[in-house]
Design a protein around this ligand. Structure first.
Ligand SMILES: *Cc1c(COP(=O)(O)O)cnc(C)c1O
Length: 374
């Protein structure tokens, strides 16, 4: 049996060790230390934005963003339905209600027309959404220009969930900096990793300052422990930040590698069986995951997944839409069938930047062999 090919495993450079050793040698084995501030500056610099805060996960980053924007019990928050649960669990943490909005075919992300319909319908119900969470799925930027125009008109702040889209661009601006607050994830499966971690970025300094305060137990600036409000323990460790420093050195290289993997699949898989997530003319995706739709074919995505699993190749269905998840069954949803059809027809292919050309040959040959037997 060949070694297992994972969907999107961590890809280390070797440099992480030097940064970790620095942390160990200096005894900064704590949720404080010099690597944290250094990692924050690198995130801010890369994204050409003033303010960055690194935290323990992308989910924590979204939670802090909602808290900072004043989302609380009984509020409604609009969120992309076609996403990972981490995008919207934090809405429940705040005892608020998610309102799901479906995707457009063009970018696979939130449909701007449906977003406005959802807002006006919520207003008719007498509740104005308190925030909008727009996801850049699989690394592809959503159409943030029309959605920001709508959000501005209704005066609703936008959180851009760029957990999967670090380094992607839309009209030459970086994903995560297109809304009012942006978030990233450094989970083990993302384009770069700190083993687990996340970040918030914003042009609005007071939001990042407030999130920083909340993330470290809301300690008032006095010598003893004084707490005027609820806080969280969402800090990133100095060890994790050290890993992040090593990973930031190669972020652009990782994007090129993931894009090359996408191109390889596109060149080697037959067009009449597979179609790919489109890239808008104004966008550059980091191609975090190469995702395909299998339509009008003699086989289903699940049959292909099982066949590849037998070859020790990991693939996954696309995210199951949130409006179909039992945990969110009572949430209002504005759906058009797009995310459901993508979920039915889609598959995520192995996309880790550490894949070698022999691995890619093995994967595509396994797929072609499966098709030839159908
Ligand atoms: C990974 C991910 C998150 C959550 O990030 P964690 O660091 O795993 O908490 C949120 N949203 C999306 C779209 C993600 O892919």
């Amino acid at each position: 049996m060949n070694k297992r090919i994972y969907l999107s495993p961590p890809h280390l450079t070797g440099k992480e060790k030097e940064f970790i050793n620095e942390a160990l040698d200096s005894n900064w084995v704590a949720p404080a230390g010099p690597a944290i501030g250094h990692f924050e500056s690198e995130i801010a610099k890369y994204n050409k934005i003033e303010n960055a805060l690194v935290v323990s996960s992308g989910t924590a980053a979204i939670h802090l963003a909602l808290h900072v924007l004043g989302v609380s019990r009984g509020d409604e928050v609009i969120c992309s339905t076609f996403t990972f649960s981490g995008s919207c669990y934090p809405i429940l943490y705040q005892s608020a209600t998610p309102v799901f909005v479906d995707s457009e075919r063009k970018s696979w992300n939130m449909d701007p027309v449906l977003l406005e319909e959802a807002i006006t319908d919520r207003l008719r119900h007498g509740s104005k959404p308190k925030a909008i969470i727009v996801v850049d799925l699989f690394g592809m930027p959503a159409q943030l220009n029309p959605m920001m125009e709508i959000a501005r008109r209704y005066e609703i702040p936008v959180i851009e969930d760029a957990a999967e889209a670090l380094g992607s661009k839309y009209y030459n601006k970086l994903a995560g900096t297109l809304g009012d607050i942006g978030i990233f994830s450094f989970n083990g499966n993302k384009i770069i990793t700190t083993s687990g971690g996340g970040a918030l970025v914003s042009q609005t300094k007071k939001w990042i300052d407030k999130a920083r305060f909340l993330s470290s137990q809301s300690r008032s600036p006095v010598p003893y422990y004084q707490h005027e409000e609820l806080g969280y323990n969402y800090q990133l460790s100095n060890i994790s930040a050290s890993i992040g420093l090593g990973q930031m050195l190669v972020l652009n290289e990782r994007i090129q590698q993931r894009r090359a993997i996408f191109d390889f699949y596109k060149d080697h898989l037959p067009r009449h069986h597979f179609s790919f997530q489109p890239e808008l003319e104004e966008s550059v995706s980091n191609r975090w995951l190469t995702t395909v739709l299998i339509e009008n074919s003699s086989f289903s995505p699940e049959e292909l997944r099982v066949a590849l699993e037998a070859k020790n190749i990991e693939t996954r269905p696309l995210w199951k839409p949130m409006h179909l998840q039992p945990v969110f069954k009572n949430a209002p949803a504005y759906v058009n069938g797009v995310s459901e059809s993508f979920f039915d027809k889609g598959l995520c292919l192995p996309s880790g930047s550490s894949l070698q050309s022999v691995d890619l040959d093995y994967i595509t040959n396994s797929i072609l062999e499966f098709i030839s037997k159908r």
